[in-house]
Design a protein around this ligand. Sequence first.
Ligand code: NA7
Length: 552
Amino acid sequence: MATQPQSAQGKPTASYDVVVVGAGFAGLYMLHRLRGLGLTARVYEQGGDVGGTWYWNRYPGARCDVESMQYSFSFDDELQQEWNWSERYAPQPEILRYANHVADRFDLRKDIQLDTRVESAVFDEHNNRWTVTTSGGSVSAHHVVLATGCLSNARTPEFRGLKDFEGQVYHTGHWPHEPVDFTGLRVGVIGTGSSAIQSIPVIAEQASQVFVFQRTANFSVPAHNAPLTEEERARWRANYAELRRRAREDMKNGIVQEVPDRGALDDPDEVRRRKYQARWTSGGLTFMGVYNNLALEQAANDTAANFIRDKIAEIVEDPETARLLQPNNHPVGSKRICVDTDYYATFNRPNVKLVDIRSHPIEQILPHAVRSGGKDYGVDALVLATGFDAMTGSVAKIDIRGRGGQTLNDKWAEGPRTYLGLMSAGFPNLFIITGPGSPSVLSNMIVSIEQHVDWIADCLAYMGDRGVETMEATHPAEDKWVAHVNEVAQGTLYPQANSWYMGANIPGKPQIFMPYIGGVGVYRQICNDVAAKDYEGFAMTVAARPKAAASS
Ligand code: NA7
């Protein structure tokens, strides 16, 4: 039970075993596991409801780029047997309904406090507890789990004149909850990442005119989304045990797929084209899984990139627009490949125009126009599809202070440093779910979330059993892990792109490849081995009076 000490202003008014920050998929499952361990927990969520990124990202056409039958929890068989995904790629409202269903089904809401921002978390070395201050007051916790999400901190670039724009301004990552109707309006969309690529075809059906302001052309493959049939759902459900195991042990991103046994240059041109075409026809993220060296060798990667560039030239009727849409400054896959429905074909519509802001950057936003290359593009509404301060942005917004009063922001000033992406040295009992240094955004997020939550829950059980008061990453283990994460990334083509994986989209953010690229299966094994070796690389202190006798 949570104790309720006397309330005093500025002093903790309640005490929990664990405070969880965020009620997205990570926070929901974490709470469920904590309940199972008999721990007291409080989840703080700044949104008005559960769902995390799916609560905020409500832009037209928003859907997951991982197939629904795989982008779903596996921890409860009844849940996965009973939930009916309607489409191959679930639309945002359905994923949000699923998050709500999980919250209700496991009776999670009573420990979740909505509309509450966590402002700070300060570790007290005298009593080994965290004081967590929210917009609603302070509480004390033995452990803090950051389930803050990797893509939660929407970013608005500082365009000159933006504040003077007289129409509505929307951000894809912070979309209004009321329906937005673009009928008859001239809309400017800035950005051509995944959110733009999903929303532009839908906006173009409503708006009278769409101007797409593109700085960097992106690779996109068709989703070929369709309703799921009862047979398809049944096939997954009958084989879930095996399919979920394969996802967890996958050498790449936690999506069930065949493991290719050859490289792109091992096949003659014609065979290679046929294989790419087969993936293009079936659609989705597994396009990059045709060969085993697309992320490793430039010449191999070029074959896939050329295939997509040829497709763009085939689909887009105006040759100059097609040329501009063909990505030419990064290897395919080094930025997350996008999955679309009619994105390239949308540029054949008479009401859609691509504006090249790489050659002619946006000079200014005027009250009713966007000015680029000395030309004014008249718009009534602006959609900023300009992305996120990814992976670290939401953590950085919280004033987190560990041993010696060191702030996490100071410690991470040159880039995030973690051991396994789970903990950062100097910050005892502070866990991060899908943090930098773990596969996170390079993977099927639900697979990675479940793995981290289970690892953290097991770790808390271990600590409880042995009366361990504090656990924290050691500096040598962290240094070694950071070096390993970098070394693995440097062996790939990923660092060649100015991507948000590198922090390159945020001016001044240190450029370090943040996710771990070694694959979810390998990573899981490393984490399991660390735990099996009594949490090798972590330092522990034992309470003066252990809560329970140590078990072997
Ligand atoms: P992304 O992928 O970060 O895309 C943001 C887009 O906005 C991208 O095209 C950027 O161009 C563009 N951008 C950002 N800042 C500017 C400025 N200042 N001027 C012009 N254009 C700009 O975010 P998304 O929301 O689309 O997708 C994020 C992830 O969510 C995605 O990978 C999926 O995993 C789901 P740039 O490439 O930086 O030149």
